[in-house]
Design a protein around this ligand. Sequence first.
Ligand SMILES: Cc1cc2nc3c(=O)[nH]c(=O)nc-3n(C[C@H](O)[C@H](O)[C@H](O)COP(=O)(O)O)c2cc1C
Length: 388
Amino acid sequence: MNRRKAFRSLAGFLAASPLARGQKDIPDTRERFPALDELVNVFEFEPLCKSRIPKQSYDNIAGGVDNEWSLRHNREAFDHISFRPRVLVNTSRMDLSTTLFGTKLAFPVLIAPTAGHQQVHPQGELATARAAAAVNTIMCVSNNSSYPLEKVAEATNAPKWWQLYPAEDDTATRGLVSRAVSSGYKAIVVTVDVPYLGHRERPLRGTPRVTAVRESSRGKRADDFPPHPYGLQARPASTWDWSYLAKVKDWAKTPVLVKGILTGEDAELAVKHGADGVVVSNHGGRLLDYAPATIDVLPEVVQAAGKRIPVIVDSGFRRGTDILKALAIGASAIQVGRPMLWGLGAYGQPGVERVLHMLETELALAMGLCGKAAIGAIDKSLIRMERY
Ligand SMILES: Cc1cc2nc3c(=O)[nH]c(=O)nc-3n(C[C@H](O)[C@H](O)[C@H](O)COP(=O)(O)O)c2cc1C
């Protein structure tokens, strides 16, 4: 990258950025915004995104709840797992591809559902979906996307999943599921870990609370619910039990995954009630503080369900080595949440693609250095769990 090219890239970026649209409150302390190919890891996208978006949007995305223990621990827990690398294995031909519910992915990393991508970029989910298609992976589009689910579906022909927060009444929920299925979404991911909204303190300090732009046809907003005796913000999930899953399966007729599993017992129940897959997730540390790091509970979930249905995991994945550890424990794939928003906010669609490619390259390197040439060759013997 020569200086001229870097300058041209900066100028192009600035022209498209919110700064050029007169949002003067956005802090930008850098002398020069780096070109995309100057970045060396996923973490570097976060401050760049932060410098481009309003503070309240950044706080909303970055924050956890309460003491943010789960948010920190999602990362720290990876430090307690090391590798048992094998040598003198021919890894000259590598293949990171994997297949989930009949869809072949270039590498086992999916885009987690996150609300309101327009918070960080005007193209929002349309750009994210195009990035997923460009790198051959699956985007799971949030129930609370900025763009209607049909518009995101139309953005590319690539297979996508849709995440459901069921509404209070079944007719509305059924309508949403049927819109998603008829728009071509290949799987429905029901998020079950939000019976109440978590206490995210960062966005509450100093600035009005940010809520993502929501689809017009979704159910009531949290604020519309009757007042809770303890002042909690109740969501429809606070009234469900496991029998709800059968309804969603009946409406969807696609694979249905359950997102928000953190114990072997619930993984067992998910299988019993017909889930086609589970997503081990603590919602990126945004709901219950002191919910365990997902990499710590992945072994018990895999033990309970892994032989029967795919186990996907998210929360805190930022490195190829993180991904390799999860695959070694038995995950079929991992998802990334915030890094997608960092890439999108900082550079638009190319930023999302670059974050995904970085993870792919880091995973390939870690596999190569561990003597693994294919995803199928990765197993538990590859890791040492320091804590277990
Ligand atoms: C800003 C933001 C919005 C989110 N919105 C949703 C959502 O609409 N539906 C959902 O199931 N999960 C949502 N999540 C949780 C993600 O799907 C995922 O579990 C989490 O981001 C993974 O952790 P990570 O951000 O550390 O990668 C959201 C997370 C963030 C950070």
